[in-house]
Design a protein around this ligand. Structure first.
Ligand code: ADP
Ligand code: MG
Length: 332
């Protein structure tokens, strides 16, 4: 069990940023309206994610840290996934390669409880003080696996990766306030990213979050996208060609609410702009594709940033036509 967790950890948690992603996704799955992320030394010594979600009952803390225990599916239909998590691997994996403290108070519970796990060894459940919600503290990631520690980059670049992950995922959750703090050296630390909880309708909330993320420039040059074809729905914003970038850093692609990296989607985005941009320019866009779960495979990789479409041509066609239509409407 402990060895299996460590092997799984190699797949799920490659670096501090992947742990942050898993913990943030858990907080979102729990319905958090606010998530605070504190990181020290690029996440190597400390990652602490605090949320105000529904929490975990004291009697289920051990289960949350056990392999393949997930509260999110009943095990009969792996593909019908509405939440981020469904494998029950993240917490036990992280707990097997770090010192993890899980503190939580469930909705309706008068008290909080806490459970520590060090290198996969679980301690007792003890009482704790906390408002409704969950705090997951991860200290000394990979301290028992020096080979993995060696692969980590400088604190600075690990922090950059953490920041990138938080920013990307924040776009999937505009109705959640998100703060990232660098607490290296202790104390309150320094806020490096802050997004307030947006209100109103989803398109406007997304645009407001994009403004927080990318500044007014993107928002002022953004064309709204809303198109549907063959049961696929594409929404979001694509910037005018004049707002293109020298790299793909301002391309945010989501499938069923999850940030993804996918060649079909980035290829389609490029194709739609090909008449207006040279090869060294990249369109800026935040696109959200919604598709029936059985038509896309998100099980390609445990880190879940890759997807495989059953019919890639349909996704591509929808993106190219929707963006070309929007660009034409804007005089292109
Ligand atoms: P998964 O997300 O795939 O279910 P995880 O290992 O990430 O697996 O989490 C295991 C379980 O722990 C979740 O199914 C959930 O029940 C519980 N859990 C983890 N983090 C939180 C959180 N922040 N708030 C509420 N429950 C949580
Ligand atoms: Mg999870």
């Amino acid at each position: 069990e402990a060895a299996a967790n460590r092997i799984a950890a190699g797949e799920v948690v490659e670096r501090p940023a992947s742990a942050v992603k898993e913990l943030m996704e858990n907080a979102l799955d729990a319905g958090a309206r606010r998530i605070d992320i504190a990181v020290a030394d690029g996440g190597k010594t400390l990652i602490r994610v605090t949320d105000d979600g529904h929490g975990i009952p004291a009697g289920e803390l051990g289960l949350a840290l056990s392999r393949h225990a997930t509260s999110k599916i009943d095990g009969t239909n792996l593909l019908d996934i509405r939440s981020f998590g469904f494998r029950g691997e993240a917490l036990p994996s992280i707990g097997s390669v770090a010192r993890l403290t899980l503190t939580s108070r469930a909705e309706g519970s008068a008290e909080a409880a806490e459970l520590r796990v060090t290198s996969g060894e679980m301690g007792p459940v003890t009482p704790a003080a906390l408002p409704v919600g969950t705090v997951v503290e991860v200290r000394d990631l990979f301290h028992t696996t020096p080979a993995r520690l060696k692969f980590l980059r400088t604190d600075r670049s690990e922090m950059q990766a953490v920041s990138e992950t938080v920013r990307r995922l924040s776009l999937a959750a505009p109705f959640t306030a998100i703060t990232l703090r660098d607490v290296t050296g202790g104390g309150e630390g320094r806020v490096t990213f802050q997004a307030r909880r947006e209100t109103g309708a989803l398109p406007e909330a997304r645009l407001a979050r994009l403004r927080t993320l990318l500044g007014a420039g993107f928002a002022e040059n953004a064309l709204p996208i809303d198109a549907e074809r063959d049961g696929l729905r594409l929404t979001g914003y694509a910037a005018l060609p004049t707002y293109s970038r020298g790299s793909s850093v301002q391309q945010f692609l989501f499938v069923n609410g999850r940030p993804v990296q996918d060649k079909v989607l980035t290829g389609a985005l490029r194709a739609a702009y090909s008449d207006f941009l040279s090869r060294d320019r990249y369109p800026a866009a935040a696109l959200f594709l919604d598709i029936a779960p059985e038509r896309v495979d998100v099980n390609v990789h445990p880190a879940k940033s890759e997807v495989r479409f059953r019919e890639p041509g349909i996704a591509r066609g929808l993106i190219v036509s929707a963006l070309m239509h929007a660009l034409a409407g804007a005089g292109h």
